[in-house]
Design a protein around this ligand. Structure first.
Ligand SMILES: [Zn+2]
Ligand SMILES: [Zn+2]
Length: 338
C-alpha cells in the first residue's frame, strides 16, 4: 500500500537548515516511476546546495542523489522497470537528448539536464519520483544500504578516475572522503598505487587511507616520495590545484572532481609548463554508471558508512562539514523495512 503522505527533509528558500515535513507522496508522471526509498547517501554537493554555492537550485528542494529504493508504481509510458525492482537514482536525473552535447554522446554536459536533489526533488524522503531511463537496476550488493555512496561518490569518483590519462601507475588523491575511499580500492585492484593527501595533521584520515590500500598517505602540503602520474582533487579547496600540479610529472593531468571549489590562487606558469593539464569533471553519463556498476558488483568494495535516520539529516550534514565522518554518511528511512 502506498500511503498518501510521506516524511521528507526539505530545504526552503532563505533557510540554511532542512525542515522535517509531511508532504504528499508524489505521483509518477510520463516515463517516471515512484520509488520507495530505503537509503540515501550524503554527498559533499549537498553541503554546497545547503550553502547556496550552486546556481539555479529549485526551492523548496528535497536534497539527496545517492538513492537506493524499490519501484512501487509506474507512470504512463514507463515500461523498462518493474514494480518490486531495486533501483539506484543518481545525480543525473534527465537529459534532453536533443542539444549538441546529448547528440555528441556527452549527456553529462546537457544544456537542459535536471539533477536529482538540486533541480528536481531527491532522496532525503520516504518516496520520490524519477525518470526511469535515469534509474539503474541495482545488483544484489545494494541490498546492503551501506553501498548507497557508490551511487555518486562511486560514480563521479569513477568518471574522475577515467580522466586521469593513460598508463598511470602512481595516482594522487586529494581529500580522502567518500569518493576517495571507494576509488582507492578500485585503483589498487587495477594495479595503480594511490598516494592519499588529507587535511594537514589528519593522522586518522591518513591511517584510514593506508588501511584501504594507499601506499602512502600524508598532509596535503606534503611532497610525496615519488613524482605522480596524475592527481584527482575531491576536496573543494582551490589551493590544492597548484599543490597537486607541483607533484605531477610532465604531460600529466590534475583532475578536479568536485562541483564547487574555492578560488584557485595564482601560480607560476612553470608548474603548468611541460604539457601538464588541469581539467574538471562535470556530472556523469549513464555509460559511466553502467561501467562502474559492473566493477562494483564484481569486486567487493568496502564502503565505510555512518547511518543516520532521515530526520537527523541536519546532524549528518554538520558532521560531514566538520570532517568527522569516516568514509560516508547515509540516511535511512524508518518505513523502508516493508
Ligand atoms: Zn554527489
Ligand atoms: Zn541535452
Amino acid at each position: 500500500m502506498i500511503p498518501d503522505t510521506m516524511n521528507a527533509m526539505v530545504l526552503e528558500a532563505g533557510s540554511n537548515t532542512l525542515r522535517y515535513k509531511e508532504l504528499p507522496v508524489p505521483r509518477p508522471g510520463e516515463g517516471q516511476v515512484l520509488v520507495k526509498i530505503h537509503a540515501c547517501g550524503i554527498c559533499r554537493t549537498d553541503l554546497h546546495i545547503m550553502d547556496r554555492e550552486l546556481p539555479g537550485i529549485k526551492y523548496p528542494i528535497i536534497p539527496g542523489h545517492e538513492i537506493i529504493g524499490t519501484v512501487v508504481k509506474r507512470g504512463a509510458g514507463a515500461v523498462t522497470l518493474s514494480e518490486g525492482q531495486l533501483v539506484g537514482i543518481p545525480w543525473l536525473g534527465y537529459t534532453c537528448g536533443k542539444c549538441k552535447y546529448c547528440l555528441e554522446g556527452r549527456e553529462n554536459l546537457c544544456d537542459n539536464a535536471l539533477f536529482t536533489g538540486y533541480t528536481i526533488d531527491g532522496g532525503y524522503a520516504e518516496y520520490t519520483v524519477a525518470y526511469e531511463a535515469y534509474c539503474f537496476p541495482l545488483p544484489g550488493i545494494f541490498n546492503d544500504l551501506s553501498k548507497a555512496p557508490l551511487l555518486c561518490a562511486g560514480l563521479i569518483g569513477y568518471r574522475s578516475y577515467t580522466m586521469k590519462g593513460e598508463q598511470v601507475k602512481k595516482l594522487g588523491l586529494y581529500g580522502f572522503g567518500a569518493a576517495a575511499h571507494i576509488l582507492v580500492q578500485v585503483a589498487r585492484q587495477q594495479g595503480v598505487a594511490v598516494y592519499a593527501f588529507t587535511k594537514d595533521g589528519d593522522t586518522k584520515g591518513q591511517e584510514f587511507a593506508r588501511k584501504l590500500g594507499a601506499v602512502w598517505a600524508g598532509d596535503s602540503s606534503a611532497t610525496p616520495p615519488q613524482v605522480l602520474d596524475a592527481a584527482i582533487i575531491f576536496a573543494p579547496a582551490g589551493d590544492l590545484v597548484p599543490k597537486a600540479l607541483k607533484n605531477i610529472d610532465k604531460g600529466r593531468t590534475v583532475v578536479c572532481g568536485g562541483i564547487h571549489m574555492s578560488d584557485i590562487p595564482s601560480f607560476p606558469y612553470s608548474i603548468l609548463w611541460g604539457e601538464r593539464c588541469v581539467r574538471t569533471v562535470a556530472n556523469l553519463t549513464r555509460r559511466d554508471a553502467n561501467e562502474f556498476l559492473v566493477i562494483a558488483s564484481e569486486m567487493p568494495i568496502i564502503t565505510e558508512t555512518q547511518f543516520f535516520p532521515l530526520e537527523q539529516a541536519n546532524e549528518a550534514l554538520a558532521a560531514l562539514r566538520k570532517g568527522s565522518i569516516k568514509g560516508a554518511a547515509v540516511l535511512t528511512m524508518a518505513r523502508s523495512a516493508t
